[in-house]
Ligand binder design. Sequence first.
Ligand code: GLU
Length: 303
Amino acid sequence: MKSQYRGRFAPSPTGPLHFGSLVAAVGSYLDARTQGGEWLLRLEDVDTPRIVPGAAEQILATLAAFGFEWDGPVLWQSQRFEAYAEALARLQLAGLVYGCACSRKEIADSARRPAIDGGLAYPGTCRNGLSDGRLARAWRLRVDDRAISFIDRLQGRLAQQLESDVGDFVLRRADGLFAYQLAVAVDDDFQGISDIVRGADLLASTPRQIWLQRCLGFTEPRYAHLPVVSNAAGEKLSKQTRAPRLNISDAAPELVRALQFLGQPAPAELVRAKARDVWAWAIENWRFAAIPRVATIPWAILP
Ligand code: GLU
């Protein structure tokens, strides 16, 4: 019987892949492949001002050099603006979206609580219409305060009350670009994703994505949020924390380290093997149950 499993890896081409991105790729790839599932690749290049020229091509070359084999064509979010516009129009028609005139400063001055993932929860200023002379800059989705809960395969049951924890959130930004939350929900549905395996840094976004799935009538995928790699200072590895890029000529040792990070006891001698041999070991020995059920793990990254 053909597996119903469809997973994906969705990097943003804002810089080269680093060890943290490799962990997410390895976790989602092995979860898919060991269940006979497909694994799709999507380049999340929707936030054009943050895109680094050449980074997308570099990501594709790195994944290929590491021995990842994706199914079907790569989906580029920059080619999907019509689909996002259509989803937004559908939400507008349903009365779920409103134009917001607030500037960052106005939100900073009027917000009453912090948002769950940093920043400020939007206080709903423009919810009941704009006062005279005010023009819509961004488009926001209405939320309410019923708990949105889901059971993460690794992190357990989680719940958020969007109205207090986030506020009505932006779907189309003042610069005209579509927000990550909308793009991700639309594309996960478009690609028929059954299982999202990604870093726990995206846990706080998940209830917003589930809310969008409900508003748009999409099926909710299963979620597994892997521990994220942090440096000695407790910061998530990222471009901002100057995470070293993956070494393309050193795929086997990097893969072995990623497996060990995910609780898989890859034998040390595999560091001298070929990437293909590491994958053979990993597919044979992968144990989802061995992945640490925590949101972050400090991990020494040797340059
Ligand atoms: N593009 C996002 C990132 O690189 C990942 C989005 C996702 O996996 O849902 O952080």
